[in-house]
Design a protein around this ligand. Structure first.
Ligand SMILES: Cc1cc2nc3c(=O)[nH]c(=O)nc-3n(C[C@H](O)[C@H](O)[C@H](O)COP(=O)(O)OP(=O)(O)OC[C@H]3O[C@@H](n4cnc5c(N)ncnc54)[C@H](O)[C@@H]3O)c2cc1C
Length: 541
């Protein structure tokens, strides 16, 4: 078969690949998206996991999706609708107490545990919002890149660094200190500066371990908390919501936008290897044997997968290859989708008819010490004997997901070891761990286990096999200090350009990292357009 040729070939049809493709096609380039699975969307998909029951099988909640991406790609016109939750979070406690947060109720709920904490809550939100605003200002631009020598590019990066420095100088000293705290400190310490009661610290601290295989007492976890705070839902900063039809509605809208601009999307098209000619990436060979050539390649796949499995061994600079082999992937996540015959009734807030607690992000993880123990357990044993679970029941907001009267729930579970001790396979442990997750929810909502009609369990290994998420890492690589901002994926390669000319990074392995943001895809498109000399379009992104 003769090779097909396009201006740009996008490897992977996850949401960032689709966003990148849509922007490039909008600028008039010919773009081909190659997706391994039978459906586009990557980790943001809606699938039927049991007859009649559909769910967002991996990513399950929306907040981080950038408003500019929504507007530029006209996602609402392509069918996207995002609704807010009736309550933000529900934290049932083992002693029968609970914390139920959301508009108009958070302060009074916190006051049940500490009036001082309730009084400080607004100031905490203001501080976090101020810092999250800085992050918001940085997510849609490439971070300053480390360039050696005195080339024009190095000079440009120096100016870029100066601009960033100037921006940070506009913060007052207290804000600069806060920023430093959030980038470096343990979430547990940071939260203890603000609050004295455990339930509010646990509820806020949960964000610091989502997709982060760490204890909230570990340095750097405050940054992950911040990472989960820079989003918004329908203009409400920091809020989380539900995409009607599930997360797949987001990526289907993105695919429609890309196709409307002329992009060509092919599913069941697995890339087997990059085609490299004289140090330049010029195309890809599919598993089918077909070769697709591109003036540029944009990799949406996990970068560790790209460089350790899809790139010929001798094509990479040795230092890059060695560092990429050590790139930390493994977010400690186990994911379940369950079909339910009825809604759970929580000991802490009983009732089987839909109440605000059922529409909230239900967090099982009553204290920071519990979360610390969960991590220690997973390190020693392979998984936490008392795991942390966020449960969402999206069918309470969206009747397209389950038959009338029945429900679907997402269980997002931490902590499990990306690889089990003693070489045990996740294929052997999956069912035992899935039983534990169900039993853990049942402890807080007796009868839950009985109401489970069917379940899908995705171990870290399943997440890797099904979605290409190396080590099951939901973010395409840990958001640790050495893997964020100018060092994502590593120092010297933060500008969306890979070590091979013609090869770009447009997925979550690039700044600002994982989550359904669309930001890496947006930023990579800008760089590709600049390099392909479509500067007028590049500056219009
Ligand atoms: C269990 C789980 C829960 C999450 N929860 C949330 C959440 O609630 N909210 C949120 O904002 N984020 C969440 N995330 C994170 C978020 O979903 C991801 O960080 C994000 O979707 C990654 O998008 P991406 O486009 O960069 O990559 P991906 O979605 O990983 O897309 C990469 C694509 O490349 C394809 N691919 C892989 N190999 C090949 C190949 N050889 N050839 C061709 N194609 C290939 C894959 O099939 C995939 O479609 C969650 C993730 C997971 C896994």
């Amino acid at each position: 078969m003769p090779a097909q040729t396009f201006d740009v070939v996008v490897i992977g049809g996850g949401h960032n690949g689709l966003v990148c493709a849509a922007y490039l096609a909008r600028a008039g380039l010919t773009v081909k998206v190659l997706e391994r699975r039978g459906v586009v969307g990557g980790a943001a998909v809606t699938e039927e996991f049991h007859p009649g029951f559909r769910n967002s099988v991996a990513a399950y909640s929306v907040s981080l999706l950038n408003p500019k991406v929504i507007a530029d790609l006209d996602l609402y016109a392509h069918g996207l609708r995002i609704v807010e939750r009736p309550a933000m979070n529900f934290l049932p406690l083992p002693d029968g107490g609970h914390l139920l947060t959301g508009e108009g109720r958070t302060q009074s709920e916190i006051a049940k545990f500490s009036q001082a904490d309730a009084d400080r809550y607004d100031a905490y939100c203001d501080a976090l919002t101020r810092i999250a605003d800085i992050l918001r200002g940085l997510v849609l631009t490439a971070p300053p890149n480390v360039e050696r020598g005195s080339t024009l590019r190095a000079l440009r990066e120096l100016l870029h660094l100066g601009t960033l420095g100037n921006r940070l100088r506009q913060l007052d000293l207290e804000e600069q200190r806060l920023l430093l705290d959030l980038f470096t400190r343990p979430a547990a310490e940071f939260l203890s500066d603000w609050f004295e009661s455990e339930p509010i610290k646990a509820l806020l601290g949960f964000d610091s371990i989502v997709g982060n295989y760490a204890s909230p007492f570990d340095p750097g976890t405050a940054y992950v908390l911040l990472h989960h705070a820079f989003g918004e839902v329908n203009g409400k900063k920091g809020a989380w919501g539900h995409a009607m039809g599930g997360m797949g509605a987001i990526t289907q809208a993105m695919a429609k936008a890309a196709v409307a601009h002329g992009a060509d999307i092919e599913t069941d098209a697995e890339v087997a290897e990059l085609v490299i000619e004289r140090g330049t990436a010029v195309g890809v060979a599919l598993k089918s044997g077909q070769v697709v050539k591109g003036g540029a390649l944009a990799a949406n796949v996990n970068l560790k997968l790209l460089y350790t499995q899809l790139t010929p061994d001798d094509a990479l600079p040795r230092d890059f290859a060695a560092r990429m082999a050590r790139f930390k992937c493994g977010s400690g996540t186990f994911r379940m989708n369950v079909a339910l015959s009825e809604l759970p009734s929580f000991t802490a807030l009983p009732g089987k008819t839909a109440g605000p607690q059922h529409g909230a992000g239900i967090v099982i993880g009553p204290s920071l010490a519990y979360m610390d123990q969960a991590y220690r357990d997973a390190r020693a044993h392979g998984w936490s004997r008392a795991p942390i679970i966020e449960m969402l029941i999206p069918s309470t907001l969206d009747d397209s997901l389950a038959p009338p009267g029945a429900h679907v729930a997402s269980l997002f579970c931490q902590h499990v070891a990306p690889e089990l001790p003693s070489g045990r396979s996740w294929d052997e442990a999956r069912d035992e761990v899935a039983d534990l997750m169900i039993a853990t929810v049942d402890d807080y909502a007796p009868g839950f286990a009985q109401s489970v009609i069917a379940r899908q369990a995705l171990s870290p290994l399943d997440l890797e096999r099904e979605f290409g998420l190396v080590g099951g890492d939901i973010f395409h690589g840990a958001l640790s200090q050495n893997q964020v901002f100018s060092s994502r994926p590593m120092l010297g390669y933060a500008d969306y350009r890979g070590p091979l000319s013609g090869l770009y990074h447009c997925g979550s392995g690039a700044h600002p990292g994982g989550g359904v943001t669309g930001a890496p895809g947006h930023n990579a498109a800008r760089v590709i357009l600049a390099d392909l000399k479509r500067r007028s379009f590049s500056s219009s992104i």
